[in-house]
Design a protein. Structure first.
Length: 250
């Protein structure tokens, strides 16, 4: 993994293997996937996942249409979220884990998602979040760019993982929420829940060794539940759910 560039498609199956084999990290993903699956609207229309990579969300959502920006093992289709090759109102939902903050032109994505998701469908994601605690972590211990004072939502295009603004979800859904609502009346924010201040950091993610043994997972989950009332100060991620309104873009 250390010998491959972060944007190299060959790194995708390696990251997937790490997620599955690091028990502490795998349980984090299982918790995230349960949140995403629990937010799905009823119906039989397809669900599209962006940035599937080495993930395993299909275990929770059988028949999931997995995708990524380049062909890789276990992914059904390669596509760009800013130009979806899908019909109008053809999807029940779009789901993603740690993807939005890698999309350089997020406005194009939100417009495309609104075109493809049916009314009352959803856009469901787990994304990094900005709090006093996470700002310390992301600005000092995380390799991706972290620019919470960015004037706009766009950032220079680059590699699918190296190009990013970790603060982008917070910028759009909290700092600039009123602007988002004006620009995209097709979307209504229905869930915004900061969460998980410690566990991902303790897991080491996909690039570092874990800082605590797997058997402590339940202990740390209990600690995080105790401080959930203060998640707006300590959360490192957020569960975000947008619902498609019946407004149509002209």
């Amino acid at each position: 993994m250390a010998d491959l560039d972060v944007d190299d498609p060959r790194a995708v199956p390696i990251r997937g293997r790490i997620v599955r084999e690091k028990v502490f990290l795998r349980r984090i993903y299982e918790e995230w996937y349960a949140m995403i699956a629990g937010a799905m609207p009823p119906g039989e229309d397809p669900i599209l996942e962006l940035g599937s990579g080495g993930g395993f969300l299909e275990t929770w959502l059988p028949g999931l249409l997995t995708s990524d920006v380049f062909p890789c093992p276990g992914v059904r289709v390669a596509l760009d979220g800013r130009a979806l090759p899908l019909g109008r109102s053809s999807l029940r939902a779009i789901v993603m884990t740690d993807v939005l903050h890698h999309i350089p032109q997020s406005r194009q994505f939100f417009a495309e998602a609104a075109r493809c998701v049916r009314p009352c469908g959803r856009l469901v994601m787990i994304e990094p979040w900005v709090t006093p605690w996470s700002s310390f972590v992301y600005s000092r211990l995380h390799p991706e760019p972290f620019v919470p004072d960015a004037v706009d939502w766009e950032f220079p295009a680059g590699g699918p993982l190296s190009a990013a603004n970790t603060a982008l979800p917070w910028i759009i859904f909290l700092r600039d929420l009123k602007r988002f609502e004006r620009e995209f009346p097709e979307w209504r924010l229905v869930v915004l829940r900061p969460l998980m201040p410690f566990r991902y950091l303790l897991s080491g993610g996909v690039s570092a060794r874990g800082l605590t043994p797997a058997w402590t997972f339940g202990l740390w989950r209990g600690i995080e539940r105790l401080i959930q009332p203060w998640s707006h100060r300590f959360g490192m991620f957020a569960h975000v759910v947008l619902e498609r309104t019946d407004v149509e873009r002209s």
